[in-house]
Design a protein around this ligand. Structure first.
Ligand code: NAP
Length: 421
């Protein structure tokens, strides 16, 4: 990823202006990015492409969501990446003491979380993971049990095959599926049709069906001290339950057995009620949400910026000629799904639309570009500042045999960026 940035920023036609908060969503504490109205950006350029993604979480409103030890997958990922907005103390403490972990949701983010929780620290040490996170993940990793909870069956799992295969090969980790065993091919005609219509889903199902069946409803009584990863299908969380010894902390997850009706998970009244799953850490990984960006249209129902072909943003009223048209790409255009390749294709589509519109876009009075942006104080982070951060992190990493050691506070990042120029 950083190599892509290097190539792009080396192009003399590209100007990087980091540390600017378009629309002013906040964050950053004392070193907060400079707020800038979208209208100000639109008046300085001939076209503006929004690519702001989905920085909010889809939430799970069930009792106990506020207990200590219940975290969003995003909070966990920000922390492990050393993001300066992470709540490092809270997440680090919860992870270091975690032995029984339930990850709610069966997508690639859930797999990413499980991989970090179970990957041996010696392997993680040679990655760019935040150093504090490494220590917390290592504590207790040798006997950590992770369950991935899926409200629908294996044919509906949202994993991709490559990512799933990687976690099934984690060294020293017992990976399995909770009973009942998955048949080599699903017996339900709807499930069979789903797999027949998607090579990706069929591959994922094949990997899951090849895993051993392990434990029972919960593996509390399993004497094994090996770390484990168990996929639990057709289980939907109904409440996070407090620990009997520390009532402000999570101790278990109450679940319903489910069946799938018309593609949706519904409680299965015919199944015996499953016992709660022990959990001293819960990661809620049920997808993301794009919040509205001030000054841009927003489709509240779909949580996206409404657009037509080529990502041309649909606006209720024609913008005045002083404001450049908007384009939208990525998760804020399509919703929070798709791997990097999906976003590449999306970006290509939007770039082609801008190129096709170029003659008309540049027809008015010349605009001032980056130099004319009304930034209130000082300079934003330049390409040189970005490179200075990159260099500082790499140098620190080289000293300990890691690709980089991340700077994890806004103060440290901004201080190094300012030294860079
Ligand atoms: P996702 O793929 O949409 O998966 C979300 C999961 O949460 C689904 O299993 C969904 O189940 C479940 N869920 C949603 N609401 C729920 C609820 N109320 N109760 C229980 N379960 C619920 O989302 P994601 O994992 O956050 O990933 C987002 C996108 O990023 C995906 O397209 C993913 O492939 C991509 N990604 C890719 C990579 C990679 O390529 N390495 C890494 C990370 C993420 P239902 O299906 O039943 O709704």
């Amino acid at each position: 990823m950083t190599n892509q940035f290097d190539r792009l920023l080396a192009d003399p036609r590209v100007t990087f202006a980091g540390g600017v908060d378009v629309g002013g969503s906040g964050g950053g504490g004392a070193c907060a990015p400079m707020p800038l109205p979208l209208s100000a950006v639109r008046s300085c350029f001939d076209a503006v492409i929004l690519a702001h993604g989905a920085e909010g979480d889809a939430s799970l409103s069930i009792p106990g969501a506020g207990l200590t030890g219940v975290l969003s997958a995003r909070a966990f990922v920000l922390w492990s990446n050393g993001h300066p907005d992470a709540d490092a103390e809270r997440v680090g403490e919860a992870v270091a003491s975690a032995r029984s972990v339930v990850v709610v949701g069966a997508g690639n983010v859930a797999l990413d979380c499980a991989r970090l929780l179970l990957r041996p620290a010696v392997d993680l040490a040679t990655t760019d993971i935040a150093r504090d996170a490494l220590a917390a993940l290592d504590a207790g990793a040798a006997s950590r049990r992770v369950s991935i909870l899926a409200r629908r069956g294996a044919p509906a799992a949202a994993f991709t095959a490559k990512e799933l295969r990687e976690v099934t090969r984690l060294p020293g980790v017992a990976v399995g599926v909770a009973p009942p065993a998955l048949p080599p091919a699903p017996t339900d005609p709807g499930d069979a049709a789903t797999l027949a219509g998607s090579r990706g889903r069929a591959r994922v199902y094949g990997i899951l069906a090849g895993l051993p069946v392990v434990g029972g409803e919960n593996d509390e009584n399993d004497p094994s001290t090996r770390p484990s990863l168990t996929f639990r299908f057709l289980r939907s969380p109904t409440a996070f339950l407090p620990s009997p010894t520390a009532p402000d902390r999570v101790g278990a997850v109450a679940v319903d057995a489910t069946s799938v009706v018309g593609g949706r998970a519904v409680p299965d009244a015919s199944a015996p009620p499953p016992p709660p799953l022990p959990a001293d850490l819960v990661l809620v990984s049920v997808g993301f949400r794009t919040p509205p960006l001030a000054g841009a249209p927003f489709d509240e129902a779909a949580c996206v910026v409404p657009s037509g072909p080529g990502g041309r943003v649909r606006e209720d009223a024609h913008p005045p000629p002083s404001l450049a048209p908007l384009y939208i790409t990525g998760w804020a255009r399509r919703g929070p799904s798709g791997i990097i390749g999906t976003n590449l294709a999306d970006a290509d589509d939007v770039a082609s639309a801008v190129a096709a519109d170029a003659a008309a876009l540049a027809g008015g009075a010349p605009r001032g570009g980056v130099a004319s942006l009304p930034l209130p104080r000082g300079a934003p982070v330049t390409a040189a500042g970005w490179a200075a951060i990159d260099d500082a992190e790499r140098v620190a990493g080289a000293a300990i045999g890691a690709p980089r050691v991340k700077l994890t506070t806004w103060e440290a990042l901004m201080a190094v960026a300012r030294r860079g120029g």
